[in-house]
Structure formats: C-alpha cells, structure tokens
Design a protein around this ligand. Structure first.
Ligand code: NAD
Ligand code: TDX
Length: 333
C-alpha cells in the first residue's frame, strides 16, 4: 500500500508517520509537508531513510495531483492548527485548511483514491458544564477562525462524498498531548517554561475544560478508521480525559516538584471555548477501538520526561513563541 500523509512533519502527523513505519513496514509512506513554522523535519529523523519526504504546499494543485495519483490512500493532517494564531492572522487558516482540503479532494476524486480527513472536536463549538458530550450528530457551531476553517473543510469532505462518490471518512478528535508537540500549545508551553524557570501561564481563570487524549491513541484510532471505517462516516475520537486547565497546570507543577499554585493568570483568549467533551461510543462499539493511555497523569509525566530529554528539538522555536505571545498583548493579571 502506498500512503500519502500530509502534514507529516507536524505534531500528530509525525507521530503517525513514525508509528506507521515501525508497526507496518510493508507500507510505502510519502510525506507532503510545507514545513511552516509548525513543521519540523527533525521529528522524522529516526525513520528518515524509510520514507519519501516532499516539501510542498497542499494548495499546489499540480504537485498534489501527481502525489495523489501515485497513492492508494491519503491521510490528511496538514493544517494551520493554533487558535491563538487564527485570532491574530486568519488568512492562512482559510488558505491551508479550506483551499488545501479542496485541492486534495479534487485530486482524490480524479484518481479515485481513499481519503481520511483529520479534524477536531472544536467544530462543535463549546459545551455548558453539565451538557452531554459531543456525538457525531451534534450540530456544527465553531467559535474561532481556526475551528470555522476546520468545520468548512469537513463540510467540503461530506459534499465530495455525497456529490462525487469520493471514498472518504472523517475523524474529529479532542485535544492531543505527547511528544513532538509545538511549544506554542498549552502543555508544551508550560513544561518548557518551567524548564526555563518561568512560571506557567493560565488564560483567565483557567476553568476551561479540555478532553485530553494521548497522540498515539488518536493515531491508532485513525488507522482503525482507515482500515475498517464506513465510507462517508464521521467518527469522534476521545479517551474520557476531561480536565480543567488549572488542574493540568497544577499536575505539571507537581511533577516538577513545585508548589501547585506557582503559576500566573494571564489575559484570557477572546471567544475562549469553555468546554469540549467527546462521546466516542461509535468508534468503540462499531470498530472496537480502545485507548491504551488510560492514565493522563502517567502520560503527562512521560511527556515531561520527553521535553526534558529533547531540548535540542524544542529550543529553536521557544523564544519566538514567547515573543509572539507578548506582542499579541498577553500580560499577567
Ligand atoms: P501542527 O501545527 O503541529 O502540524 C501541522 C503540519 O502541517 C506542519 O508540519 C506544517 O508544516 C504542515 N502544513 C501547514 N500548512 C501546510 C500547507 N499549506 N501545505 C503543507 N503542509 C502544511 O498540527 P497538529 O497539532 O499535528 O494537527 C494535525 C491535524 O490534527 C490538524 O488537521 C488539526 O486540525 C488536527 N487536530 C489537532 C488536535 C490537537 O490537539 N493538536 C486535535 C484534533 C485535531
Ligand atoms: O499558555 C496557554 N495558557 C492557557 O491557559 C495556552 C497556550 C493555552 N491555554 C489554554 C487555552 C485552552 O483552553 O489551554 C487550553 C488548550 O490550549 P491549546 O493548546 O491552544 O489548545 P486548544 O485551543 O484547546 O486547541 C487544541 O485542541 C484542538 C489544538 O491546538 C487544536 O489544533 C485542536 O483542534
């Protein structure tokens, strides 16, 4: 099988590529990635000689057509992925997430290639504290330019399935954590701040809730859907990992042997979603998927260990990220 993986130098994509190469050596992997600020070739170093890496943009129709034409399946991870960036500069989100997905869909349509679309729970908006978790039938209600662009791309996939018979599946996953996540994101930012002797930074009161899943559990679910999922179906991926942001920061501080209240409250994110929660019953019952990282605390400790041991991987981007947060107006409350 020849598999084209877009965004394979990003956080989830690189974990997916490494997992695939190690666990499924018979698969020929081609990675298409533009190496934006979020992409890092070093994330693929350990398996670099076992894949083909193409640096290019998913909106480049000619390149995409050639690569899709040589593939049996496409798994599409490439995206602009950070909410805070989408508030400062929405255009790249429209271009990559919507136009990029359109470009891939046209190519898989032309070549009749199986397509799996990676999306997010954020397309459903946010939940009140006591509301039931999102299911595949929850109406779309995105809040940020990021989640609106992902919602748009999901809609394109649905339309290409219905109108053109494209063989596609969609997965909407909750917040991922694990190794190789960019330091702009919540958990790696706080870990690397602590390594640098800087206090963690909690947006607003820190009572927003996210549903955490280890990146390897997400990626195993993607493989399950790619192999056994029903064409045209959306599957939600989540591991019952609901936790508020303040508790996550306090767990990280505790792992560092620090006072759990040794953090700063900073300016809140505009339009900040209050709570995400996933009901993954369909994936569990229909396809038999189960997460392996049931213990968030243990997974978090392992992730902290990874960042301690891989400073050469994250150090180059760290100062720029903190400068960007400061320039965006973040200040201690
Ligand atoms: P990331 O930002 O770490 O990686 C994105 C990758 O895409 C980078 O390697 C980047 O270089 C590449 N890319 C960006 N624009 C491109 C373009 N125009 N052409 C080619 N490559 C381009 O993102 P991530 O956290 O790994 O997320 C991957 C996917 O999973 C995204 O679609 C995201 O919406 C989705 N998702 C993420 C999470 C999460 O918690 N991180 C949760 C659910 C869904
Ligand atoms: O310094 C911080 N302090 C803080 O309190 C940062 C960077 C974030 N936060 C809060 C905001 C969120 O409530 O932590 C929570 C998680 O923030 P992010 O890591 O930016 O993730 P989120 O906005 O929830 O989106 C993530 O999950 C869904 C991914 O970035 C998306 O790509 C994915 O679709």
């Amino acid at each position: 099988m020849r598999l084209l993986i877009t965004g394979g130098a990003g956080f989830i994509g690189a974990n997916f590529v490494r997992q695939t190469v190690v666990e499924r050596p018979d698969i020929r992997v081609v990675v298409l990635d533009a190496l934006t600020y979020a992409g890092n070739r070093a994330s693929l170093d350990s398996i670099a000689d076992r894949i083909e890496f193409v640096r290019g943009d998913i909106t480049d129709a000619e390149l995409v057509d050639r690569l899709v034409g040589g593939a049996d399946a496409v798994v599409h991870f490439a995206a602009e992925s950070h909410n805070d960036n989408s508030l400062a500069r929405p255009w790249p989100f429209v271009q990559t997430n919507i136009v990029g997905t359109y470009t891939l869909l046209e190519a898989v349509r032309r070549h009749d290639v199986r397509y799996h679309h990676i999306s997010t729970d954020e397309v459903y908006g946010d939940l009140a504290a006591a509301a039931p978790a999102f299911t595949e039938n929850t109406p779309y209600n995105p809040s940020s330019p990021y989640s609106a662009s992902k919602a748009s791309s999901d809609m394109l996939v649905r339309a290409w399935v219905r109108s053109f018979g494209v063989r596609a599946t969609i997965s909407n996953c909750s917040n991922n954590y694990g190794p190789y996540q960019h330091v702009e994101k919540f958990i790696p930012r706080q870990i690397t701040n602590l390594i640098d002797g800087v206090r963690p930074r909690l947006y607003g009161a820190g009572n927003q809730i996210r549903d955490w899943i280890h990146v390897e559990d997400h990626n195993r679910a993607v493989w399950t859907i790619l192999e056994f999922g029903r064409i045209g179906q959306t599957y939600l991926i989540g591991a019952n990992g609901e936790l508020d942001n303040k508790s996550v920061v306090q767990l990280i501080l505790t792992e560092f042997g620090r006072d759990p209240d040794d953090f700063d409250h900073v300016t809140d994110r505009p339009g900040h979603d209050r709570r995400y929660a996933i009901d993954a019953s369909l994936l569990r019952t229909e396809l038999g998927w189960e997460p392996r990282y049931a213990d968030f605390r243990a997974g978090l400790a392992a992730t902290i260990g990874w960042y301690r041991e891989h400073e050469t991987w994250w150090r180059p981007g760290k100062a720029d990220v903190e400068t960007a947060y400061a320039q965006a107006g973040e200040r201690v409350l």
